[in-house]
Design a protein around this ligand. Sequence first.
Ligand SMILES: *[C@@H]1O[C@H](CO)[C@@H](O)[C@H](O)[C@H]1NC(C)=O
Ligand SMILES: *[C@@H]1O[C@H](CO)[C@@H](O)[C@H](O)[C@H]1NC(C)=O
Ligand SMILES: *[C@@H]1O[C@H](CO)[C@@H](O)[C@H](O)[C@H]1NC(C)=O
Length: 425
Amino acid sequence: MKTMLSHCLCLWLALALCHSAPPNLDKMTADEGQVAQVDRCEAVEFDAIAPDNQGVPYFFKGDVMWRGFHGPSELINGSFKELMEQQGPINAVLSQDAEDADKHLFFLMKDKVFNYHEQTLEEGWPKTISEVFPGIPDHVDAAVECPKGECVRDSVIFFKGCEVHHYDTQTKKVKSSHWSHMPNCTAALRWQNHYYCFHGNQFTKFHPVTGTVTGTYPKDVRDYFMKCPNFERERCSHVPLDAIASDGLERAVAFRGDYFLREDEENRDGWHAFPINESFKEVQSDAEAVFSYARLLYIVKGNKVFAYKSGDQYQLVEGYPKTLQEELGVEGPLDATFVCGDYSTLYVIKGQQMFEVELSATPRAVVKEARLPFPKVDAAMCSPSGVRVTVGAQFYEYESPRLLAFSRIRPQPHKITLEMFGCDH
Ligand SMILES: *[C@@H]1O[C@H](CO)[C@@H](O)[C@H](O)[C@H]1NC(C)=O
Ligand SMILES: *[C@@H]1O[C@H](CO)[C@@H](O)[C@H](O)[C@H]1NC(C)=O
Ligand SMILES: *[C@@H]1O[C@H](CO)[C@@H](O)[C@H](O)[C@H]1NC(C)=O
């Protein structure tokens, strides 16, 4: 499970670059009865999604399905034969403990429920929805299991239009509500104890009891739930980084060309790429150095310094940009900058020199200078584990700025793609 998860998280990274027309499902043909290739990096609106008993999520659309976060599509009837005899799309699927204590997949189609253990339809099934889930309408749009602890009792949440039904699996009581603030879901998924509603090629994370949405949603499914090649290319690019820092909310950020990568808020080992021009539109691209100080993220580009307030969105602080000279008392161009923790010393790297600027002083000016063991550094950041400098495709770690300045022994290099961004090459 652990291996599967870390593998998956590394695939949670995709750029919304694969924009093109939705696939025409009518035109998909079964290649000699074997393969039906649908590219899910095109805008697919899923019918249903649920994890199997190993925790691998299955995505369903029309008569095809995908296992996991990457890989080709396959025909549903190859695995769940009886479903496709129903003529019509799957309405919803649930992953639930069955009487044998193993997880089964329960598919809802029209007025029927199909109970599969692995890929075998259980005897006596399909049954009608009114028999299995009394009080729940036929033709639901989406459904998701919600265990006690996350819901008040062991429940299943059904979606139909903007109506939501919480079905208590013990008492069989149904509580219906209108979540009119939510989009109509075509699929719903419980993943890593979080709840996601899928609509179009987007998704919205919601609270399973109240339906509350917190954070910036909807987001593009292809950025998070599948491996789309452009994104992978960005994260795992071997092009040197321009700048790295923590963003003032203790999320690591890395800048390169038109994109910045940020450690995912919920999954610390996942990195995500975003276009710089959308989040930092005043900067557009090609940051040269970044640092965070007093909860602000500073971006240096050319002769200018931009200060941003971090949050769901980054906001330029009034009065910025300022010139490097007036803000920091140094002349550009700079190669890298960093501040350690709550200290107010800014380290500025320019060629082989490293300057110290006291940020609490006015006016700010260089107070110290040292010579680095590298002819040129691309980016540098400081975290509780020390200082990290990147040079080309590699990074080096030092316990402190002082050791970076004075140690003559170069530490072991680490590969950026492999050891920082979790790529496999
Ligand atoms: C699945 O469906 C395809 C086309 O719809 C058909 O060619 C194939 O024989 C079916 N396979 C099974 C196992 O029923
Ligand atoms: C959501 O479903 C309701 C029916 O329950 C419908 O009236 C409404 O138009 C739908 N909204 C969208 C955006 O499709
Ligand atoms: C940002 O850049 C991308 C690609 O470089 C471009 O397609 C997009 O239109 C730009 N967006 C804005 C808001 O400038």
